[in-house]
Design a protein around this ligand. Structure first.
Ligand SMILES: [Zn+2]
Length: 412
């Protein structure tokens, strides 16, 4: 902190004070308001706080918060402090709070909203940028995510010293990273193909087979990956296999872990030392947490968009246990629920399905169309009372998830 100019020091002190007030008055975890106050006093605070540190930025439509957590855990193997915005506050003020909260940390792993990546790259001069995936969030249109990818291309073209760790299986990500000088390609998989039927370069139809994807017109094709996920094994860039054995469930999280290991290796960490730290991550801001409620074990899954719902279905226990779906349509969720029609619910057939939250009737119509039987309930506790003792998986979109978390008592 001593190296910061006086104005920045005052700004971080004021910001910390505002964050404390926000926490004490129960208005939030303080991670945004502190940054907002600090930035008002010193608009270039983020640049000053980032200077001299090894910064990793993590972005993409899905998995940002979890991957940020995993990368931070993996870098812990280096034995030095790692700053991070662990609670998903991913705009400028959230980044400021994360860095001012750990002024001496030589490393920082920061989740960044995908639309803000170019600006945050300018501010923080990251050593590494991690690109996970790009798909429609709520009601974005395909043209909008293509525009996001195009801005990333411009940003990478202007920062040849930046190292990119990118998912080779997502055509839009591969195209976006195509202007970067240094890329470590990771075969992180792509379950959701609906937003990438067309070549991002020329617009032709993409061909897919077991080797990946390619465009028959312009020749854009899946880059060959240095890091590969094969079931529960990660093959590192030297061709050595390691068992992942994570506490976090699902293929999407295994992919996130491979990205995290690639970053840890980049900074010189040993994969076998980073792996146990990844395994110690059991929940991320309430996600994947198991909560006891009236003799039932509830597991909470967050799914904010069509691709996220597919990933959540992938995580459901194969034992046919009941699942509760909760959908709201408040500001952060997107007001329009027509995206519900992009998700294929037929995988839920054969297990008891309950639906709740503000837009449960929209969901009811959708499930009806997919011939998935369901019960409508008015609250999480009504759902708990309706299912037999045992497990209940809960999939909720953003504000529905936060409401359930509050009802259950702040889960971690
Ligand atoms: Zn093409």
């Amino acid at each position: 902190m001593g190296k910061l100019p006086i104005r920045a020091r005052v700004a971080t002190t004021l910001g910390d004070a505002a964050g404390k007030v926000s926490r004490l008055t129960g208005r939030g975890d303080g991670s945004v308001i502190g940054g907002v106050v600090g930035l008002r006093v010193a608009p270039d605070l983020l640049r000053q706080l980032a200077a001299g540190r090894q910064i990793v930025l993590v972005t993409g439509t899905n998995g940002k918060t979890t991957t940020t957590r995993l990368v931070a855990a993996g870098l812990g193997a280096l034995g030095q402090e790692v700053a991070s915005n662990a609670f998903g506050a991913n705009m400028e003020s959230g980044l400021v709070s994360a860095l001012s909260g750990a002024p001496d940390a030589p490393y920082a792993v920061l989740e960044v909203d995908e639309r803000y990546l170019p600006m945050m790259m300018k501010e923080t001069s990251p050593r590494v940028v991690v690109l996970l995936n790009l798909s429609r969030d709520q009601m974005d249109r395909a043209a909008e995510i293509w525009l996001v990818a195009r801005r990333w291309r411009e940003a990478f073209a202007g920062t040849p010293e930046c190292w990119v760790v990118a998912n080779a299986d997502d055509p839009l990500i591969a195209w976006a990273a195509g202007t970067a000088r240094h890329v470590t390609w990771v075969a992180a998989g792509q379950r959701w193909h609906e937003d990438s039927w067309c070549c991002p370069e020329c617009g032709s139809h993409l061909q897919r087979d077991e080797l990946g994807w390619r465009c028959g017109e312009c020749g854009l094709s899946r880059p060959s990956a240095r890091w590969v996920l094969d079931s529960d094994t990660v093959i590192d860039s030297d061709g050595v296999g390691h068992t992942l054995d994570l506490a976090l469930p699902g293929r999407a999280n295994r992919s996130n872990a491979v990205m995290a290991l690639a970053v840890a290796r980049f900074f010189g960490a040993d994969v076998d030392q980073a792996l146990p730290r990844l395994r110690s991550v059991t929940s991320v801001a309430g996600r994947y947490t198991t909560v006891e409620r009236r003799g039932r074990k509830l597991r909470l899954l967050l799914a904010k968009n069509p691709a996220g719902w597919l990933e959540a279905f992938d995580v459901l226990e194969p034992d046919g246990r009941p699942v509760l779906l909760a959908v709201n349509a408040q500001g952060p969720d997107g007001r329009d629920t027509s995206w519900l029609w992009d998700v294929d619910y037929r995988v839920l057939r054969g297990r008891p399905v309950l639906i709740t939250a503000e837009r449960r009737l929209d969901l009811a119509v959708r499930l009806e169309a997919d011939e998935v039987p369901f019960d409508v309930v008015n609250s999480i506790d009504a759902a708990v009372d309706l299912v037999p003792p045992g497990g209940l998986d809960v999939i909720a979109n953003y504000t529905a998830f936060q409401q359930i978390r509050t009802t259950l008592g702040r889960t971690t």
